[in-house]
Ligand binder design. Structure first.
Ligand SMILES: Nc1nc2c(ncn2[C@@H]2O[C@H](COP(=O)(O)OP(=O)(O)OP(=O)(O)O)[C@@H](O)[C@H]2O)c(=O)[nH]1
Ligand SMILES: [Zn+2]
Length: 354
């Protein structure tokens, strides 16, 4: 029960194993399209009758717009299995990056969801597993499963409440020689977040930066985004302020994971902007949950902050999680030819301010 079952289900999905997702309105037996191969698919569905479950956004792209529930536009869509849908075709249905290479798909026939709440939970689980939100689906009991999970288990996994300080140590960094690093861990989920504390605590609210992991920008020096320069600029601004904390949050790709972010990049290569790319993949524009950051600040004894950000949603997210933001401090950096459009999209479509 609880987060442990969600952890098992996430592991199973990533390996291409079957899981059952249970909700008040019923249960679905699922296997991730992304993890399936000919052998596991045959095992899951020997008769080749399993339907597919995809996001509403994906259904829209596949011209199943009439299947999207007006009352709940986030409700997934179930596609009836046709004989021509094999593992390869299923992957082309699942992955929008392949649309240019395999544009002609369909016609699709929609099927009744069976258990709508379980279907929604399945999509949440896909995001946590960092996989494409697309499944083969059967009714419960049509074969074996490796894990069983409920919507409550998934919520428990995603709950920052059990995050605790694991250890702390001195960490001299270029921006601040006397910094201290604090590592946080939760027994429920594997991502380890860290805080870098700079300067001496005083009675003023500290300058805080919430930095979401960006492997490409932070480590490889990607020019597509502004993460790397922002990270260093933030550390210098905190050091200048004499007291503050940088939280390094393991929320790669605004919470959709590295592989899905790189899929979003592949869509950007095809002309979509950062917002449309996320939506086309079947994810929220920003899937981050800032309660993790709030919990970390809480554990550090910090209740009110001056927040370094251009993103009003971060201010709102942190405040909603119980941290008082007394001031927003902008981070101003020059654009480059590769991130100009990304920064313009953030300004024009997600309300970023300077
Ligand atoms: N999904 C997706 N994530 C991206 C993309 N570009 C950058 N990211 C991720 O966005 C996150 C960085 O966002 P932040 O630096 O927190 O920026 P922000 O929310 O725009 O707000 P501020 O920088 O605080 O103004 C990192 O997790 C990156 O991996 C993209 O095109 N798609
Ligand atoms: Zn980045």
């Amino acid at each position: 029960m609880g987060a442990r079952d969600a952890a098992r289900a996430i592991d199973a999905l990533r390996r291409g194993w079957a899981v059952t997702i249970r909700a008040d309105d019923g249960a679905l037996r699922l296997m991730a399209v992304e993890g399936a191969d000919a052998v596991t698919l045959k095992d899951f569905d020997p008769a080749g009758k399993a339907d597919m479950l995809i996001s509403a956004a994906r259904a829209q792209t596949l011209k199943l717009a009439n299947q999207i529930a007006a009352a709940d536009p986030d409700m997934p869509v179930r596609i009836g299995r046709a004989p021509w849908i094999d593992g390869d075709v299923a992957m082309a249905i699942a992955d929008p990056v392949r649309d240019l290479a395999s544009p002609l798909k369909g016609p699709f026939v929609a099927a009744a969801l069976g258990a709508p709440e379980a279907a929604k939970a399945a999509l949440r689980l896909a995001r946590l597993a960092g996989i494409l939100p697309a499944y083969f689906v059967t009714a419960e009991g049509q074969g074996g499963v490796e894990a069983e999970v409920t919507g409550e288990d998934i919520a428990a996994y995603d709950d920052a409440a059990h995050l605790a300080v694991a250890t702390r140590a001195r960490l001299p960094v270029a921006a601040a020689e006397s910094a201290e690093i604090v590592a946080f861990r939760s027994p429920d989920e594997p991502r380890e977040h860290v805080a870098l504390i700079v300067g001496e605590r005083n009675e003023k609210p500290p300058v805080i930066r919430l930095h979401s992991e960006c492997l490409t920008g932070d480590v490889l020096g990607s020019l597509k985004c502004d993460c790397g320069p922002q990270l260093h600029q933030a550390l210098h601004q905190i050091a200048d302020a004499q007291w503050g904390v940088l939280l390094y949050l393991r929320q790669e790709g605004r919470g959709i994971g590295l592989v899905n972010k790189l899929r979003a990049y592949a869509l950007q290569d095809q002309g979509f902007d950062t917002v449309d790319a996320n939506v086309r993949l079947g994810f929220a524009i920003d899937a981050r949950d800032f309660s993790v950051a709030a919990r970390m600040l809480d554990l550090l004894g910090i209740g009110s902050v001056r927040l370094l950000t251009n993103n009003p949603a971060k201010v709102a997210g942190l405040e909603a999680a119980g941290i008082k933001v007394v001031e927003r401090l902008p981070i101003i950096l020059p654009a480059n030819p590769h991130n100009e459009r990304y920064l313009a999209t953030k300004r024009d479509r997600t309300g970023h301010q300077l």
